[in-house]
Design a binder for this molecule. Structure first.
Ligand code: E4P
Length: 217
């Protein structure tokens, strides 16, 4: 399973990238707004910097909701850097745009996916990635991980090539469960990636080893 980081924060991206475990980045309009970036030029430069930092796919989301607008925006975004993947929402014009963009060689990430039915449509349209939002499903007391399992099963049975990009991750346990369920990619907030490191027995064990090492130094 690939690790993407779900942030537009350059310090977080650089820190995780330095660990050598990062395969890509996802952003969305809310994450960009959080960084205080304003204006098209600044936004495009920010995407360019992320692409130059990480050797992997970088999702940049369109904000148009009509077919022509999505295509126009996607073409502009794709020109920023070859690693850009255009994030398109799961709406009717979005599905049509994903199909068009795929035919024209622009890779897409179909976002805001909450059901297996939507995931089938995204794959049929030719999206490179489908993004089921598991945390937001959990938030309404449904089971986000069950959806990952269901999509993984359908894609295997049907031979779809679209990669499952588990999104809206809330915990390190989510990441482990996504790996078990067969997600191709997990896009994780910084804290959940760092959380993978942590175990109290590691801390206790290391403290004891370092203490004992003093005896023979
Ligand atoms: C990623 O592609 C999504 O935009 C993101 O994971 C959404 O996460 P949230 O539900 O925490 O906003």
């Amino acid at each position: 399973m690939k690790f993407f980081i779900d942030t537009a924060n350059l310090n977080q991206i650089r820190e995780i990238n330095d660990l050598g475990i990062l395969d890509g980045v996802t952003t969305n309009p809310s994450l960009m707004a959080k960084e205080g970036i304003k204006g098209k030029e600044a936004v495009f430069q920010h995407y360019r910097t992320i692409c130059e930092t990480v050797n992997g796919d970088v999702s940049a989301e369109v904000i148009s909701t009509d077919f022509e607008g999505i295509i126009r925006e996607a073409q502009e975004l794709a020109k920023i850097h070859p690693r850009i993947v255009v994030k398109v929402p799961m709406i009717k014009d979005g599905v049509k745009a994903i199909h068009w963009l795929t035919e024209h060689g622009i890779p897409t990430n179909c976002t805001l996916v909450f059901s297996a039915a939507q995931a089938i449509l995204a794959a049929k349209a030719g999206a490179r990635y489908v993004s089921p939002f598991i945390g937001r499903i959990d938030d309404i007391n449904w089971d986000g991980l069950e959806l990952i399992e269901q999509i993984a099963h359908i894609y295997t049975v049907q031979g779809f090539e679209t990669q499952i990009l588990a999104a809206s991750i809330r915990s390190s346990l989510h990441i482990v469960k996504c790996a078990e369920a067969g997600a191709d990619v997990c896009t994780c907030p910084y804290d959940t990636l760092i959380g993978l490191l942590k175990h109290p027995l590691t801390d206790i064990g290391l403290a004891k080893f370092l203490e004992d090492a003093k005896k023979w130094q």
